[in-house]
Structure formats: C-alpha cells, structure tokens
Ligand binder design. Structure first.
Ligand SMILES: Nc1nc2c(ncn2[C@@H]2O[C@H](COP(=O)(O)OP(=O)(O)OP(=O)(O)O)[C@@H](O)[C@H]2O)c(=O)[nH]1
Ligand SMILES: [Mg+2]
Length: 215
C-alpha cells in the first residue's frame, strides 16, 4: 500500500455519505469542485449494490432485479469529519436493449457527456458480472477511459455465484484480457473479485478508493 494511503487510512471510513443530487442532463451536474469517482458498467451488473456495500447502507442507491433501474446520474457526497471531500457517481447502466430507445439514447448521451467532459473525474470503477466480464460495451467504455487517461478498477461482482476454481480462473482471464486491451494495464488499472451480496473484497476496494482520493 502506498504511504499516502497508509497515512489516510483513517481519513475515509466510508461511514458518512449523503445523496446530493440526480441529473438527467449535464446542466444539472454539481458544480462545486470535488474529486469524483464514477461507477460505470452494464445494466444489472450491480453498480448500485456495490455503492451500498461500500458505505454499508441498504438503500443509499436503489437496486432492482430487472436491468435499467438507475436512469439518472446520481451524485453522492462522501464526507470526512462532517465535510464533503469527494463524490461517488452512480451511473445508469449501458447495454440494456429493452428500454424505450429515446430514453436510452438520452441517458447514454448524458453518461458519455459526463465521462468525456467531467474535469473532476479522478477515476472510474467498472462493475461487471463475473459470469460475463468484459463484454463488448465494457470494452468500448474502457477505450473511452483510456483515451481520457482515467484510472480504472474492474470489479468482478457477484463472485458468490462462482466456486473457488472458477473465481481463480475468472480473475486470471480478466487480467489477461485487460492486458490485451491496455498495454499499460498494470499502471492504469487493476481488477479484483467482489460480492456486494456477501461483502467479499470490500476492504481491498475501499483501499483502492482511498488511493484514488488521497493522491
Ligand atoms: N448474487 C448477487 N447478486 C447481486 C450482487 N450484486 C448485485 N446483485 C443483484 O443484481 C441485481 C442488480 O443490482 P443493481 O445494483 O440494481 O444493478 P445496477 O448495475 O445498478 O443496475 P442498473 O441500475 O439497472 O444499471 C439486483 O437483483 C441485486 O440484488 C452480488 O454480489 N451477488
Ligand atoms: Mg443502478
């Protein structure tokens, strides 16, 4: 662990977070400058569940069995000693076909506007379902993150659905696939197994977030 992270272990306890606002359009994005981490991924991969898990809250972000639950960009302020110090942004999922085309176009546009233009974005957490990691749309999103030089971490969520040997194989395959997509994967990115349902991999993820927020 980096020294800067070690020194800040107590800074982010991930127990003080507040919903800030929702946005359907870039004109509604918060304007106060804070380091932001975007949570991206396919619909139903578990983005909102991961956010709830990080902060040990059940209903901070709304989750659903059906894909397409999060349709706005939801901004959450992370607080330290009562003061907002960072933001987590729960984004609508991409790659879900069964929604009204116009609506989908609008939210995918806003999502792209956010990733492409947001100056406060310090990193991105990509949530995947470990049974279908790194789909074509995830690849497109990774290309955008690389183009914008945004550090990323790929979370192989729902690992409770795999047995031990499947977990090891999935993690290895994902690392190899990321090395193919990104020649500088070891510098720009990382990946880990996770289960939002069972809270597995949480400490490692929180350290990653702290590393990004305390750079
Ligand atoms: N088994 C298992 N199910 C999970 C896990 N994480 C999330 N889920 C389930 O997956 C479904 C989708 O979770 P959400 O958190 O709503 O997914 P999302 O990516 O935010 O979905 P959208 O907002 O529609 O893009 C829900 O039924 C969750 O309970 C996990 O770690 N394990
Ligand atoms: Mg969601």
């Amino acid at each position: 662990m980096k020294t800067s992270v070690k020194n800040n272990v107590n800074r982010y306890l991930f127990n003080d977070v507040q919903f800030e606002t929702s946005a359907a359009h870039f004109s509604q994005f918060p304007t106060i400058d804070l380091p932001e981490i975007a949570i991206v991924g396919r619909s139903n991969a578990g983005k909102s569940s991961v956010l709830n898990c990080i902060f040990n809250r059940k209903k901070l972000a709304f989750t659903a069995k059906e894909p397409g639950k999060t349709r706005l960009l939801n901004f959450f302020s992370v607080r330290c000693n009562g003061k907002a110090t960072a933001r987590m942004v729960d984004l609508p999922g991409y790659g879900y076909a069964k929604v009204d085309k116009c609506l989908k176009k609008n939210w995918e546009r806003t999502l792209l506007d956010f990733i492409l233009t947001r100056k406060m974005l310090v990193a991105s957490l990509m949530i995947t379902d470990c049974r279908r990691p790194l789909t074509e749309t995830d690849g497109i999103m990774l290309d955008i993150l690389l183009e914008k030089k945004i550090p990323y971490h790929v979370l192989l969520n729902k690992s409770d659905k795999l047995n031990n040997s499947e977990k090891i194989a999935t993690l290895e395959e994902c690392k190899k696939a990321l090395e193919k997509i990104d020649a500088k994967f070891k510098i720009n990115g990382s990946c880990s197994l996770f289960s939002a349902s069972k809270k597995v991999g949480l400490k490692e993820l929180q350290f990653k977030l702290m590393e990004w927020l305390t750079r």
